[in-house]
Design a protein around this ligand. Sequence first.
Ligand code: FES
Length: 119
Amino acid sequence: MNDVPFTPVARVGEIPVGAGRTYEVAGRLVAVFFDGENYSAIDDLCPHMGASLGSGPLCDGVVTCPWHAWRFRLSDGAWCDNPKLRVDVFEVRLVGDVIEVRVTPAAPVELPTSPAPQS
Ligand code: FES
């Protein structure tokens, strides 16, 4: 997805150490975190019940959802209790003191098909 442009979201210093902030980029909500050295970005929407992961605390590369404490790794978006479930992870870069993210479009939702009615 290299054709997706980076979008500026904040300046260095606007995201406190050990915390995140949520930004709307390309129609998606993106949580950007700062661990004191690096910035990381994941889909803001918790897949459990939709809380904002950007408002959850960050510790050792893991953000904890503020509603029911599901934990997600920032490195790959995996839910710590079952890594088969993941949230999207986005590229982050610094251009001077501007934090930019490359936000890919959301994958289409595949709804289960219902069995054909029996006659
Ligand atoms: S909404 Fe995130 S754990 Fe429930």
